[in-house]
Unconditional design. Sequence first.
Length: 114
Amino acid sequence: QVQLVESGGGLVQPGGSLRLSCAASGFPFSLYDMGWYRQAPGRSREWIATIQSNEIKRYPDFLKGRITISRDNAKNTMYLQMDSLKTEDTAVYYCHVFYRRDNWGQGIQVTVSS
């Protein structure tokens, strides 16, 4: 059974940084592409980063330069480093893997506010 558990969210001031973690289990982590999504209040869930099994990373243009996705296969954990945070980054952040089907974490709240 796939489990994805996000951690590291919270309240941060504009301009600050935050690192999210996603602890994964139940599938061969190193073999699978992993992703981060977010959902802001009143908006659809949107893709924000992917790290492939071969470590190739992809981001949408509107976030390039402010976020960095990484993974530690020895720890079955994926990370999302977010810098220069803006109020519009406020959202629930989810990790995702397609292993037999779409699998999502429970989500973690990130609030950017002064």
